[in-house]
Write a protein that binds this ligand. Structure first.
Ligand SMILES: [Zn+2]
Ligand SMILES: [Zn+2]
Length: 141
């Protein structure tokens, strides 16, 4: 299966094949500011599953994990479509919202609930964390 994630103007696209390794939401304040949404919805893929088309700029920062994470965004419309980082160099994250697909697999975990807006519920998540998901847990749901 092939899915296409695109920025607001459509010039930057991430084309993913197969299924995401994990789908999650993050309530941290950095994600809130980055996306402009009250919650970030992310999907993780092997880089070998993902093809990028279009120009992109990069904003990098050091995450709470201590590793740098780099967000790739459209230079024309500003949507942050995908990211990659030093903690998992073989992976690429893609913003679930950029797929604009209500049938996309639901999140299996919910991180940084310490910053969650109280009216928001994540009905499908089986795991809930007040902070980051512990790094030593197995991947997936
Ligand atoms: Zn764009
Ligand atoms: Zn976050």
């Amino acid at each position: 299966m092939e899915r296409v994630a695109a920025c607001h103007c459509g010039k930057l696209r991430a084309i993913a094949t197969g299924e995401p390794e994990r789908v999650y939401v993050c309530h941290c304040k950095s994600c809130q500011r980055r996306t402009g949404a009250v919650v970030h919805s992310g999907s993780r893929w092997l880089k070998s599953q993902v093809r990028i088309e279009g120009e992109h700029k990069i904003y990098g920062r050091v995450a709470d994990s201590g590793f740098e994470i780099r967000f790739h965004f459209c230079p024309d419309c500003g949507s942050s479509v995908f990211w990659e980082g030093d903690r998992g160099p073989e992976y690429c994250g893609i913003a679930v919202g950029c797929f604009a697909d209500p049938d996309f697999p639901p999140p299996v975990y919910s991180a940084y609930e310490g910053a969650k807006h109280p009216w928001l519920g994540i009905a499908t998540a089986e795991e809930h964390y007040p902070g980051p998901r512990p790094a030593n847990l197995p991947v997936g749901g």
